[in-house]
Design a protein around this ligand. Structure first.
Ligand SMILES: [Mn+2]
Length: 319
């Protein structure tokens, strides 16, 4: 691991132009770790282009450097491409996967079983966030952290640890967070940006979603549903449903939460969340999807009643 970090640092020292990207549907770690790396590289005088295949959610628009993110990749050569927090290369999007004017590829990730597609692969599933890996690299370079880089890293870590609640909230995550606070990051300002800044439409949509709450499997599972009608009634879009599945999961005695999200008249996206004991990847695989122990999902076609009973049967048979 230390050797990989050393090789990446040498690659940074000997290169000038960098292309950075992360996964589709970017989350706080994807955006925060990429912008932190961009900020560090720019401050040491490098030429940096940040590309995301999907738009950056409005929630992260306060991050320094977000205005430099490009939806397209300029037709030019890059010495090094950093691919962050991605798990599988295809999640970088078609444009990046087709783009070949790259000298070396560096893969930074903390997903278990990440594909080793890089010339350098810094993969550590014990890292709380990909931002932690960026911190290790910048520190190993001897970089004195500035407030912009620190703010992006803090957001990467706080979002991927669920505000230091999830089981990945290890000592390294807290130690780095402490250092970032020392650099001038204000914990309340960040929390206010992330959690006290919701569009009103999101709560209106949540108000329509919560009455759909159902407990099943003897109270060990619970679900909520969002339909196309609810989007139409509130003017809110699917991107505002992030976190809705945490409400059924938060119930006493519930081990598995299910989120039914209507994509089209008879198309549904099903999200599963576990409190830790139950492996929800097993449900989603049984239904043709994928995911991780604590978070998984799949798509199903059919009427709500059909999809709902199929999912409840699978979850019931495992619990
Ligand atoms: Mn991550």
């Amino acid at each position: 691991m230390t050797e990989t970090i050393q090789s990446i640092v040498s690659e940074i020292r000997s290169s000038n132009s960098f292309l950075l990207t992360s996964h589709e549907g970017p989350d706080g770690d994807a955006v925060g770790s990429s912008l932190a790396l961009a900020s560090f590289l720019r401050k040491i005088g490098k030429d940096v282009c940040v590309h995301f295949s999907d738009p950056i959610p409005e929630l992260y628009s306060f991050l320094p450097g977000v205005e430099t993110v490009q939806a397209g990749i300029p037709e030019r050569d890059f010495d090094v491409a950093f691919i962050l927090d991605i798990g599988e290369l295809r999640r970088a999007g078609d444009e990046f996967c087709r783009f070949s004017r790259i000298g070396k590829r560096v893969n930074l990730d903390h997903h278990l079983g990440c594909e080793l597609f890089g010339d350098h692969n810094l993969i550590d599933s014990s890292a709380a966030a990909t931002g932690v890996l960026v911190h290790r690299i910048a520190r190993s370079y001897g970089y004195a952290f500035d407030i912009e880089t620190a703010l992006c890293l803090y957001v990467a870590i706080i979002t991927d640890t669920g505000s230091f609640r999830y089981s990945n909230s290890n000592k390294e995550a807290f130690t780095i967070a402490g250092e970032l606070i020392e650099c001038g990051v204000n914990a309340w300002d960040v929390a206010e940006q992330l959690y006290e800044n919701q569009p009103c439409k999101r709560l209106e949509l949540l108000a329509q979603c919560l009455p759909t709450l159902e407990l099943f499997a003897g109270g060990r599972a619970a679900s909520v549903t969002v339909t196309l009608d609810m989007y139409a009634a509130t003017g809110a879009g699917a991107e505002l449903t992030d976190g809705f599945v945490n409400y059924p999961r938060s119930i006493h005695g519930v081990e598995v939460a299910v989120f039914f999200r209507q994509l089209d008249v008879s198309k549904w996206k099903i999200g599963f969340r576990s409190k830790g004991k139950v492996n929800v990847a097993a449900f989603s695989r049984a239904l043709g999807g994928g995911g991780h122990h604590n978070a998984a999902g799949c798509n199903l076609d059919g009427s709500y009643d059909d999809v709902r009973s199929k999912v409840r049967a699978i979850v019931g048979s495992y619990l």
